[in-house]
Write a protein that binds this ligand. Structure first.
Ligand code: ASP
Length: 410
């Protein structure tokens, strides 16, 4: 059996047994919290060097500025259209299932979003540029780091021999970091076990979790239906028809990244594993992987956008505010933007949801209703986010190969 298959099966065993132990033993499983945290930190430690080197090598690998422009435009079109499809699916499903009708709003504005009322669309735009790059790196504020690396990589390609030298240094850094990713993944089964067991344990074990879930069970069911539809119908169709890949094989090859996303609830922390699965397991070209995946992990969040749109309508139904067509269009637009602005960290979507709610005048207190169960739904939407990114790489790679006359992929 291939090593990667063995690792995958061990990770699956880790997740299932972690869920089982957390469910049964509840808070006692907090004893393994430190193991999960160490695994998470080991992944996070690789993110900044990986993003900087990937973007530089990726942009240099794409070639001249016209090709970068073409790949960049296609990537943005893919990100926006798939995010749009997911919000649309969310809006349709929530309007059919009506999870908020008959539910009473009983919560206050949670601390997490208190004081964020003034967050607006211009704040998202402002976050693209950082006055202090080192600070952004230290705080894992990834978007400005990506923007800088893109510009830096682009400029290097215009410097001739000098530029090529620097690019090859970053290429070496990238290869070394990927080797470290392999090492970290050796302990992934234990890491995912500890993350899942301690999180479910912290939530009070299986009974408490079920009780919380059932409180807003219809909302959770609506979100899960939407996520499943997007992950199992829309995205595979794009993968099959545009990238000409077998969705089942592609999914199986992505499983290590998807299980990591499920246990970390962070697209950024999963990034090293996503790159590995896309490039090494699914054989997407290195230049496309290194360009599309870091960008996707930061701005392409289909699951988050879908979640935010469903949550907004859920809150509106709960407080008895009817949102007409125009307002739902506003939810569509702001949920797309809010997902772009959400960082790839746990529960970031909950904070950027403020933008959606404020756009249509809904009470922020509604977010409090989602809080107790958000840690769980977050894991599901993060996995969909990562799945969407990985399919984006296949689509862009296929298009690039077509333009360059390099023939088809499998
Ligand atoms: N946790 C998500 C991610 O990292 C973001 C969110 O929806 O909260 O992709």
């Amino acid at each position: 059996m291939k090593n990667s298959n063995v690792l995958l099966y061990l990770m699956l065993i880790g997740i299932v047994s972690g869920g089982f132990c957390g469910w049964i033993f509840g808070r006692e499983m907090l004893v393994v919290d430190w193991i999960g945290e160490m695994f998470l930190n080991a992944l996070k430690m690789l993110v900044i060097p990986l993003i900087v080197s990937s973007m530089i090598v990726g942009i240099a690998g794409l070639g001249d500025i016209r090709k970068v422009g073409r790949a960049g435009t296609n990537t943005i079109i893919y990100f926006l259209s798939t995010t749009g499809f997911s919000v649309l699916a969310g809006l349709l499903i929530v309007n059919i299932m009506n999870p908020g009708l008959g539910v009473e709003l009983t919560t206050e504005i949670p601390d997490k979003v208190a004081g964020k009322e003034a967050v607006g669309i211009t704040d998202i735009l402002k976050s693209f540029v950082s006055p202090n790059l080192v600070n952004s790196m230290a705080e894992m504020d990834i978007l400005p780091v990506i923007i800088f690396s893109l510009i830096f990589g682009g400029v290097l390609t215009t410097l001739g021999e000098k530029g090529r030298l620097v690019i090859s240094v970053f290429d070496g850094i990238n290869a070394a970091i990927m080797k470290i990713v392999h090492l970290v993944m050796c302990v992934a089964p234990l890491g995912v076990f500890a993350l899942v067991a301690s999180k479910l344990g912290a939530a009070g074990g299986g009974d408490m979790f079920l009780a919380e879930l059932l409180k807003i069970g219809k909302f959770a069911a609506t979100v899960i239906t939407g996520l499943l539809f997007h992950a199992m119908v829309t995205l595979p169709a794009i993968l099959y028809f545009v990238a000409k890949k077998n969705p089942l094989t592609y999914f199986k090859n992505m499983s290590q990244a998807l299980t990591t996303a499920l246990s970390t609830a962070s697209s950024s922390a999963t990034l090293p594993v996503t790159i590995e699965c896309v490039e090494e397991e699914n054989k997407i070209s290195r230049r496309t992987t290194l360009f599309v995946i870091p960008l996707g992990a930061t701005v392409n969040m289909d699951g988050t956008a879908l979640y935010e749109s469903i949550a907004a309508i859920f809150i509106a139904q709960m407080v008895g505010i009817h949102l007409g067509f125009g307002e739902q269009v506003l939810v569509f637009l702001t949920a797309t933007l809010a997902a772009i602005g959400a960082a790839g960290i746990p529960e970031a979507g909950l904070v950027t949801m403020v933008i959606v709610l404020q756009a249509v005048g809904l009470p922020l207190e509604g977010i409090g209703m989602l809080l107790s169960i958000d840690w769980f739904l977050d894991r599901l939407r993060t996995s969909v986010n990562v799945w969407g990114d990985s399919i984006g790489a296949a689509v862009i790679d296929r298009l690039e190969k077509k333009y360059n006359g390099e023939g088809g992929t499998s």
